[in-house]
Design a protein around this ligand. Structure first.
Ligand code: GLU
Length: 333
């Protein structure tokens, strides 16, 4: 894939470091953390479980060497970005993966988060780029956005990042739900089966490239990308630092993809709360960055991860104090 996120995304760092003394070797007290991901066929699920794997790999409870941080980690499948941020806010999850647009809106109380501003949301790092992908069924006759009129369109489950981004795009395009023959709310792991079975005509998914579910749609049942590069998407990208144009080249990731796809996209980001203690966040961040080589091998979408970009790109909420501590130690800030 071509490098798609060349735009610089401004970084907001909270002024004061508010945490107290932080032992380099946090004491071994058992701590359970849960990381919100996305559907089981997505890349967020891999991100969350890769983070847990790095944490457990570092843990040396009962061993002579290693870190006695006492952290036990799980990364269940969830409804996606907005669900994760909402559950972090409720204190039910300590970490989550979320699209950069939803990190921005939740922290600033805009869009879906209007009136529900979550100013304790904290950025930890960003991961892979995620193009917003609109995919139409073979034989559906859908070549452009306007062809969605009168069709069965899966707008995604509430709580997913793609559902939110789809709603924003619909509003900008002047498209109403009633313009579709039917709008379904299938999850990311249900929608490809429905597309290939002819139950829905088009699906939307904001997901890293490559992704197995997208491959199943394109290579498995001849579905195709619908370009999203009109003046509407140009306006969105120009007005919002968390969006950038993305290109998925023909035949590189999906053999059955006949032509290049152009769309806009976001970054997948790893977020937490100011209420999660700095020691825990420090140990999580440390485990990821000390083992980044192994982390990157867990999914092809992680291939180009670069620490200097991960601590900046796509992050609009302030960085968590525990993350800042580690990034400063490394001389990255
Ligand atoms: N971007 C999607 C969401 O926020 C999830 C993508 C994935 O699971 O990899 O819901």
């Amino acid at each position: 894939m071509k490098k798609i996120f060349s735009i610089g995304i401004p970084l907001v760092v909270s002024g004061a470091l508010l945490f107290g003394t932080l032992n380099s070797q946090a004491e071994a007290k058992n701590r359970f953390i849960s990381i919100g991901t996305g559907g089981p066929t997505g890349v967020y699920f891999v991100v969350g479980n890769a983070v847990c794997r790095m944490i457990h790999r570092e843990a040396a409870e009962g061993r002579k060497k290693g870190r006695k941080h006492g952290i036990r980690c799980s990364a269940p499948s969830t409804g996606g970005s907005n669900y994760n941020i909402g559950q972090i806010k409720e204190g039910e999850l300590q970490f989550g993966v979320a699209q950069s647009d939803w990190q921005h809106h939740a922290y600033n109380g805009s869009s879906k988060w209007k009136g529900k501003k979550y100013n304790k949301l904290r950025a930890v790092f960003s991961v892979h780029p995620e193009p917003f992908q609109l995919i139409a069924r073979k034989g559906s006759g859908i070549k452009s956005w306007n062809d969605l009129k009168g069709k069965v369109v899966n707008i995604g489950n509430p709580g997913s990042g793609q559902r939110g981004t789809m709603e924003i795009l619909m509003k900008k395009k002047g498209t109403k739900l009633s313009d579709f023959k039917q709008a379904t709310e299938l999850t990311s792991s249900e929608q490809v089966g429905a597309l290939c079975d002819g139950k829905v005509d088009a699906i939307a998914y904001t997901v890293g490239v490559p992704n197995g579910a997208i491959g199943q749609a394109i290579d498995g049942c001849g579905a195709h990308f619908v370009n999203l590069d009109s003046s509407v998407e140009k306006g969105l990208v120009n007005a919002n630092p968390f969006y950038a144009f993305a290109n998925i080249p023909a035949g590189v990731f999906y053999k059955g993809q006949k032509s290049d796809a152009t769309t806009f996209g976001v970054m997948a980001t790893f977020v937490s709360s100011a209420d999660v203690d700095a020691k825990t966040v420090y140990e999580v961040v440390r485990a990821v960055f000390e083992n980044l080589g192994s982390f990157k091998k867990l999914h092809p979408a992680f291939k180009n991860l670069d620490p200097k970009k991960m601590i900046k790109n796509g992050l609009s909420a302030p960085l968590h104090a525990g993350a800042i501590k580690y990034y400063k130690e490394k001389g990255w800030m």
